[in-house]
Ligand binder design. Structure first.
Ligand code: GTP
Length: 563
């Protein structure tokens, strides 16, 4: 048994040149379908659809090819199916569907690199446009096939399409070289139908040149072959051309006979050009015979056929324009919808972007505010710590001279305005130089810290306490008189003498001499108050140290409060 694929190839090869052999091959392939691979089954389906078309069942052929096109992925087989659909609809004159599938089929061309397969689609386009009377387009696609295809059979079909399109466009001139070449080519391919359609074209060209006899001699012997094709268009065309040729030669009987055969042949087709020509020949013959009644009858039928033919051309033109218009409208609607979609998408993008931008702005502002707040706090803290640094004595941590003086001046100002008493207590450590000298400067520093801690505990909450410099300290008490100042001085003095130096490894006594000056005794001027306290303090020194002396009245008398 022959290999399944070679059977398929064989069927492909013979599908139009040997229809009967082709049909029997398809039957055999069908019977052995279990042997087929899925791809081979699809190819068989294509051939079966093709066979339906070949046997005149174009609607069934189109249906089968549409099913195949839906189910198949391979673009090459889809293209062949598409071309078959278009061809079938072209012949069945279902132009809207034909154009619809033509669009789909031409779209596949880019995915099919094989130029022969592409030619299938272009060929189908040329066929459809021929049927639609769009001869410019038909010629265009036929020429694309001729540029692309090297297959003789394909070139035979496309060559006929091109020449027929040119005939309709009035461009088929007297030069018959191309037509003759076409007839030879189609003969060599045993394409009887196309070769003879080419011969009727050739006969027309020769008639135009006045070579009527030669045209008859060329075409007449082919008639049995032509009639054996049973293809009405070819048979009617050949008979009507022979009728016209005989009429031109004055052979009326022959002309009439061919014309009558052509009319019978074209009976089913109300609007064909051969029918129009045949009626015209019958009319001319009757006229020449002087049979005016018959002539009138033939003329009426000629006029009707001619009108029907022209109407059919107009109707085709109208149908084509309507379909094109509808397609354009559909495309416009689709385009409009696409544009609306695009606008909507852009709007969404824009609003998303602006939301993003707003969020970004808010985020930026937050960061900005946060950093401003951070720096404000930091700067404030730095200011505070700088001020504290500027105001405090580094060794003891209490107010330094400058800060103490400023605060004391403000406090005294307040007291002056409110007629309140204030008292300044000043003290200086005794023999401090000796402590430094005997125990070292570090021990001196330790003593200063101990003294400041011992006296810091003494004052009231609002009393000012500061280190004036060296081993000299001072208090300012607001709302207090000399007596309160003296009590504070005594308390401070006792705390100093209580400082225990045993832990330092050295044993020595720390004492201080105090001077007290009250505003009741002097003015509210800080410097003056300071000078008087200083004076009293030196008196404490002179009188033996480690004691408190009040300036003023007490100083005139023995104003010394002994320790
Ligand atoms: N360790 C230490 N010594 C200081 C500091 N400031 C001043 N002194 C010392 O304190 C000493 C003060 O000595 P003097 O002014 O002679 O007075 P004094 O020895 O206390 O004698 P009298 O005041 O008369 O009892 C000096 O030797 C200064 O160097 C300080 O911050 N640390």
């Amino acid at each position: 048994a022959e290999d399944y694929q070679s059977l398929l190839d064989n069927a492909e090869e013979l599908r139009s040149s040997e229809p009967e052999r082709f049909q029997s091959l398809v039957g055999e392939l069908n019977a052995r379908v279990q042997e087929a691979t899925p791809a081979q089954r699809q190819q068989l389906r294509y051939l079966k659809a093709y066979e339906l078309g070949y046997t005149g069942r174009f609607d069934l052929a189109a249906e089968a090819a549409i099913e195949l096109m839906k189910e198949v992925d391979d673009p090459r087989l889809r293209l062949r199916a598409g071309a078959l659909i278009v061809n079938s609809y072209a012949i069945a004159r279902n132009f809207p569907e034909g154009l619809r599938y033509l669009d789909q089929t031409l779209l596949l061309i880019d995915r099919v690199p094989d130029t022969e397969l592409r030619s299938h689609a272009w060929f189908a386009a040329a066929s459809l446009y021929t049927q639609l009377g769009q001869h410019e387009l038909a010629r265009h696609y036929a020429e694309r096939v001729l540029e692309a295809s090297t297959v003789p059979r394909t070139r035979c079909f496309a060559g006929l399409q091109r020449l027929e399109a040119m005939l309709h466009l009035g461009e088929l001139a007297g030069n018959d070289a191309e037509t003759r070449a076409l007839v030879d080519l189609c003969d060599s391919q045993r394409e009887v139908l196309v070769a003879n359609l080419g011969r009727t074209l050739l006969a027309r060209q020769w008639a135009r040149k006045g070579e009527h006899g030669a045209a008859i001699a060329m075409l007449e012997p082919r008639l049995p072959e032509i009639e054996s094709t049973r293809y009405p268009r070819l048979v009617g065309d050949a008979q009507s051309v022979l009728a016209e040729l005989n009429l031109a030669l004055g052979q009326h009987a022959q002309a009439e006979s061919y014309a009558q055969q052509a009319v019978r042949q074209s009976h089913d087709i109300a609007f064909s050009l051969p029918l129009v020509n045949a009626h015209r020949v019958l009319y001319e013959v009757a006229l020449a015979r002087g049979d005016s009644a018959a002539a009138l009858g033939h003329y009426r039928r000629y006029a009707e056929a001619d009108k029907a033919y022209l109407d059919s051309i107009k109707a085709r033109e109208q149908a084509y324009l309507t379909i094109k218009h509808e397609t354009a409208q559909k495309n416009q609607t689709i385009e409009l919808l696409n544009n609306q979609n695009r606008v909507l998408q852009l709007e969404q993008q824009v609003s998303a972007k602006s939301t993003q931008a707003t969020q970004l702005l808010v985020a930026l502002l937050c960061v900005l505010l946060a950093s401003i707040a951070y720096w404000a706090v930091k700067i404030k803290r730095m200011q505070v710590s700088f001020r504290r640094l500027a105001e405090t004595d580094a060794l003891t941590g209490i107010s330094n001279r400058l800060h103490f003086s400023r605060q004391a001046e403000q406090a005294l100002d307040y007291c002056r305005r409110n007629r309140e008493d204030a008292v300044l207590v000043m003290f200086d450590l005794d023999e401090f130089k000796a402590i430094n000298d005997q125990h070292g400067h570090a021990m001196g520093d330790w003593v200063l810290q101990q003294v400041s801690a011992a006296c810091g505990r003494v004052g009231r909450k609002h009393d000012l306490f500061g280190r004036l410099g060296g081993e000299e300290f001072a208090f300012l008490m607001v709302g207090a008189d000399a007596k309160a100042g003296t009590q504070l001085a005594q308390q401070c003095r006792e705390n100093i003498t209580a400082i225990d130096t045993a832990n330092t490894g050295a044993r020595f006594r720390v004492t201080a001499s105090f001077g007290v000056a009250a505003t009741s005794d002097a003015s509210y001027d800080f410097q003056a108050l300071l000078a008087r306290a200083d004076e009293a303090m030196y008196r404490s020194k002179r009188e033996g140290r480690d004691r408190v002396t009040v300036h003023g009245a007490a100083m005139a008398t023995p104003g010394v409060l002994p320790a």
